[in-house]
Design a protein around this ligand. Structure first.
Ligand SMILES: Cc1cc2nc3c(=O)[nH]c(=O)nc-3n(C[C@H](O)[C@H](O)[C@H](O)COP(=O)(O)OP(=O)(O)OC[C@H]3O[C@@H](n4cnc5c(N)ncnc54)[C@H](O)[C@@H]3O)c2cc1C
Length: 295
């Protein structure tokens, strides 16, 4: 039925940027678009739990793993095409498995503006839509035209006005109870000056390089920023930078990055998360909400 072999009892640590996570019963790579809907229908019919992941750059997978099938999108979902809609607006159609940063840099090379904020975000287009990924005050919802979602029941193209986003979340996705795959996305971008676009990308990348830890595995910002403040600042003023539990540590470079110093378990990270939440609530009166998703 599938063009790719299924990997049984596959550890998920190698599918996450945190390098943490126990096994899934199976990891299924879906390369061809026509294979996706029948697979979802089969899994739903057999009542087999499933979840789709992108590059695992915003995920903490539990040590006991996932009791079902993890779906990873492949080849046909990793493509993107440019479609002119009028002289100024260019529509880019991109599959859910497209690398967001690479797409952003390709758009910059082609003089398309709108995706500069994404030039250092290491996930896929599908993951970025679910997360409403963003940086520097912009997020993916600002450049979306439509999202095509495949669920066990149907495939539907949802236009921008019906999508409903908030800070780091596609709220409208809740109605699928995670049982739908972002298969295709349309971005609406503008023509701009190549040198200016590239300069904006360069500046964002420099800022990222200077502020984020690179030496250890991590999943980006662990907590969402509370309104008008930054989680990293609150963690720092609570004196938690550098604190470790087992192999998990609060980065001493950026307070909102929890890193895997080597051999961290999901339990270590969850323990550290709890300590941070309690300390920041006590010291600053703010309850930090995780940005990272848990499987
Ligand atoms: C070093 C570093 C820097 C980062 N910087 C930023 C940043 O500046 N801004 C920012 O917003 N984020 C940042 N992140 C977090 C992360 O890169 C983004 O959230 C990214 O969009 C997640 O994409 P992904 O493909 O890795 O998704 P995953 O982590 O694989 O998944 C995230 C969620 O989306 C779901 N999902 C993934 N793909 C699909 C799909 N096709 N259909 C349906 N559901 C899907 C998963 O089930 C999960 O719930 C950073 C992470 C790292 C490691």
């Amino acid at each position: 039925m599938l063009s790719q072999p299924v990997e049984w009892q596959c550890r998920l640590d190698r599918y996450t940027s945190f390098a943490i996570g126990g096994p899934a019963e199976a990891v299924v790579k879906v390369d061809l678009r026509h294979e996706l809907h029948p697979l979802l229908k089969y899994l739903a019919g057999e009542k087999i739990p499933w979840r789709v992941i992108g590059r695992g750059t915003n995920l903490l997978v539990r040590d006991e793993g996932f009791p079902g099938v993890i779906i990873v999108l492949g080849k046909e979902f990793a493509q993107s095409t440019e479609m002119v809609s009028d002289k100024e607006t260019i529509v880019i159609e991109a599959g859910g498995a497209c690398g967001l940063a690479k797409l952003s840099l390709r758009c910059a090379d082609n003089g398309l503006t709108g995706l500069e904020f994404a030039c250092g975000i290491p996930g896929t287009v599908g993951g970025a839509v679910i997360m409403n990924a963003g940086a520097g005050g912009r997020d993916i919802s600002t450049v979306l035209r439509s999202v095509t979602v495949v669920s066990p029941d149907k495939e539907e193209k949802i236009l921008y006005n019906d999508l409903e986003f908030s800070y780091r979340s596609w709220d409208g996705y809740a109605r699928y109870r995670r049982q739908a795959v972002v298969a295709m996305v349309e971005f609406s971008l503008q023509r701009g000056d190549v040198a200016e676009i590239k300069e904006r990308c360069r500046m964002l990348q420099e800022k990222r390089k200077a502020s984020q830890p690179h030496e250890y595995a991590n999943a980006g910002s662990f907590f969402k920023n509370p309104p008008n403040d930054s989680a990293g600042r609150l963690i720092e003023v609570s004196g938690l930078k550098g604190m470790s539990i087992g192999g998990a540590m609060v980065s001493d470079r950026h307070g909102n990055f929890l890193v895997n110093k080597g051999g961290a378990t999901a339990v270590d990270v969850l323990h550290l998360k709890k300590v941070i939440q309690e300390r920041v609530a006590k010291d600053c009166g703010v309850v930090l909400e995780p940005e990272v998703h848990f499987i």
